[in-house]
Ligand binder design. Structure first.
Ligand SMILES: Cc1cc2nc3c(=O)[nH]c(=O)nc-3n(C[C@H](O)[C@H](O)[C@H](O)COP(=O)(O)OP(=O)(O)OC[C@H]3O[C@@H](n4cnc5c(N)ncnc54)[C@H](O)[C@@H]3O)c2cc1C
Length: 453
């Protein structure tokens, strides 16, 4: 059987599908219209975390007196930050391109669309048209910011997440609309840069999907930094003038600022892909997929944000890998499907927030009996050495078997530390496996063993 793959979209999902399929012996063409590495590298994960790292360095300097240093002052060099982000993106693009080339993947720069279930047409960036026959097609075109009709996005005063890394000028007062993961990360990074920030929160808590205890730690930090929270308010209009913006809310309040930034979710890039030519089923613009990421047409797969599953770069990569393995016949028998409930995720605020698996609140809501143990970082020697005892580790386990079901961490390096609980959840380890591991001392990870006790 021939194994010709055509992959449309070179983000984490498309890249991983391409390198895995090529490694397994397939003939692979990867079609990308913009930057290899995808939105993840260009606009989302990487630039956001690069800016947050700079903001984090500024916050650390503000706390320097706690480390026995005299007050240290830092000024943001916006141009230097801009070139730092561009430098990281270029290096990552070069590294992904190199990896694809090493595996023998054919890169085609242009826009791809399905002509029928086995043929892809590519309008190349050089202005030519190419037709490619495929045994397998992987659709991995990602998503883009959702823009409601009341938002006059201009990339200058009124921004989407794509205009903000970094924005044309440093906002004096930023009004962030949306208090999900992306919104709170923006609040953190711009307030760390010294900007005044107002956050429009449509519910009564930031991060409405998260554990209230976790959200409370973040809200407390925001209030200490002078961030204004408009709770229970939905933005309905943005007025722009020479001097700035005014965001009007449905409860009659309005927030004035120099800039507004919209972080209210994303929509899939499924238009113009010729999906109707192949009879692919959609739901709300997302490609409907089964547990192997197959669409309604079995040899056409969809991965990443387009699949409407968990919109995370890590999940997109894993889907890409699983698709290649499945198409190449590696999972003919029973195999472990991608379990989205076991994906670790993090919010890169200060303190960081990370969780994985079953949350205490969800266990409570479903009536499932669980054991919940919690240890504050104030009891950790390393947290005191770091002069940052904020936050806690919480582990959720099965009271009968001791199997680790989930956990959450709030605190410094939470995004790194959560991997230990993530591994335990994926591998079905018990709390005693964590307790009996010999962790480094002094280290923040010791708090995991204490919480598992
Ligand atoms: C602000 C922000 C921060 C984020 N931070 C994180 C984070 O820290 N960690 C994390 O895990 N996730 C994060 N995410 C989510 C993450 O960025 C996405 O889940 C991830 O990019 C999805 O990968 P993908 O491969 O599906 O799509 P993308 O990365 O969007 O790549 C899709 C690619 O397809 C190309 N394309 C589209 N249509 C065509 C076409 N017709 N022909 C050819 N090419 C095409 C696009 O140019 C693009 O390069 C963040 C998202 C946002 C908005």
């Amino acid at each position: 059987m021939a194994n010709r793959f055509v992959i449309i979209g070179g983000g984490p999902a498309g890249n991983q599908a391409a390198t895995t399929a090529a490694r397994l012996g397939a003939e692979v063409t990867l079609v990308e219209r913009d930057v290899v590495g995808g939105a993840a590298h260009l606009w989302d994960c990487i630039p956001s975390k690069a800016m947050i790292a700079t903001g984090g360095a500024m916050n650390d300097l503000r706390r320097a007196h706690g480390m026995g240093l005299r007050q240290v002052h830092a000024d943001l060099d916006f141009d230097a930050l801009r070139s730092r982000i561009a430098g990281i993106e270029q290096r990552l693009e070069a590294s992904v391109t190199g990896l694809l080339a090493n595996q023998g993947v054919r890169m085609l720069r242009g826009s791809g669309r399905l002509l029928d279930a086995h043929h892809v047409e590519v309008e190349t960036v050089e202005g030519t048209t190419e037709h490619i026959e495929a045994d397998f097609v992987v659709l991995a075109t990602g998503s883009r910011p959702r823009i409601p009709e009341w938002a006059p996005i201009d990339g200058d005063r009124v921004l989407t997440t794509r205009d903000a890394y970094p924005p044309p000028t440093l906002p004096e007062h930023l009004v962030v609309i949306g208090s999900g993961v992306t919104g709170v990360e923006f609040v953190h990074m711009f307030s760390a840069f010294g900007c005044q920030v107002t956050l429009i929160v449509s519910r009564q808590q930031v991060l409405p999907q998260k554990d209230p205890e976790v959200a409370a730690v973040l809200e407390d930090d925001f209030l200490k930094r002078g961030v204004k929270l408009f709770k229970g308010a939905r933005a309905t209009a943005i007025e722009v003038s020479d001097g700035g913006v005014v965001v009007r809310c449905d409860d009659g309040r309005s927030a004035a600022g120099s800039h507004a930034l919209l972080a209210i979710g994303s929509i899939p890039n499924s238009e113009g892909l010729g999906l109707e030519n192949a009879g692919i089923e959609l739901d709300g613009g997302y490609v409907v997929v089964d547990h192997n990421c197959r669409s309604s047409v079995p040899h056409i797969y969809a991965a990443g944000d387009l699949s409407g599953k968990l919109p995370l770069s890590s999940v997109a990569s894993m889907q890409g890998r699983k698709i290649a393995e499945h198409a190449m016949g590696m999972h003919a028998g029973p195999h472990r499907h991608l379990d989205y409930d076991k994906a670790a995720s993090a919010i890169f605020t200060d303190p960081e927030i990370a969780d994985v698996g079953l949350a205490e609140a969800d266990a409570f809501a479903s009536g499932r009996k669980v054991r919940v143990t919690k240890v504050p970082f104030s009891a950790s020697a390393k947290a005191l050495i770091n002069d940052d005892p904020r936050g806690f580790v919480k582990i959720v386990s099965d009271p009968a078997t001791g199997v680790v079901l989930g956990g959450s961490i709030v605190g410094r390096h939470a995004a790194e530390l959560i991997s230990v609980i993530g591994l335990a959840v994926t591998a079905g380890l018990r709390v005693t496996d964590i307790v009996e591991s010999l962790f480094v001392h002094p280290a923040l990870a010791e708090a995991l063993a204490d919480a598992a006790e």
